[in-house]
Design a protein around this ligand. Sequence first.
Ligand code: TYD
Length: 206
Amino acid sequence: MTGLFITLEGGDGAGKSTQAALLAGWLEQQGIEVVRTREPGGTPLGAALRELLLHGSDVSPRAEAMLYAADRAQHVAEVVRPALARGAAVVQDRYIDSSLAYQGAGRPLEAEEIRGLSEWASEGLWPVLTVLLDVSPELAAERRAAAGDRADRLEREAAEFHRRVRDGFLALAAAEPHRFLVLDAVLPVEELHRAIVARVEPLLAG
Ligand code: TYD
């Protein structure tokens, strides 16, 4: 596998999509083919799963974990691995770390079981870099309200759930400092972009 796999993670409203778009633009300027994608919903099957997960009725924690894993299995097989195999950079909103934080830390499930499920779904594919845009649940909620977003099924969860998710992300980053770049999502957009580029640039040489 020769391509570059980069994921962006963080709570809802952390600004992942903005940074993903800026990074994709910068990589294209370097003459690199970029595939911008996301989970859940990066394939036609995934779009249907996304609808069920975010706008459907109640989903039990285990069913939720398996639906995210199903989305991931299809997405990795259909989009991510083919792109990496032809040497493209994949810039992706959310991946396994979201399952570890939301399902593994947020829900009453075993994080190690969620890891096993995701590794099975992805056949062990991990990104070379994961940018964690760390945001407090309070600020994230403010941003969503300011943007006029209607909360989806996960966003409607209690503040305590979002605190566990945030702590979950930070613990993952602390355990794997070489894969993670943790940035404070309150920083200005341009400053965040510069910090991400500074971390990505050396990866292009290697
Ligand atoms: P996303 O589309 O990133 O929503 P937003 O743009 O509001 O951040 O993600 C949808 C939701 O799915 C988000 O609340 C996080 C959740 N999620 C999980 O719980 N587990 C997962 O494995 C993934 C990929 C997402």
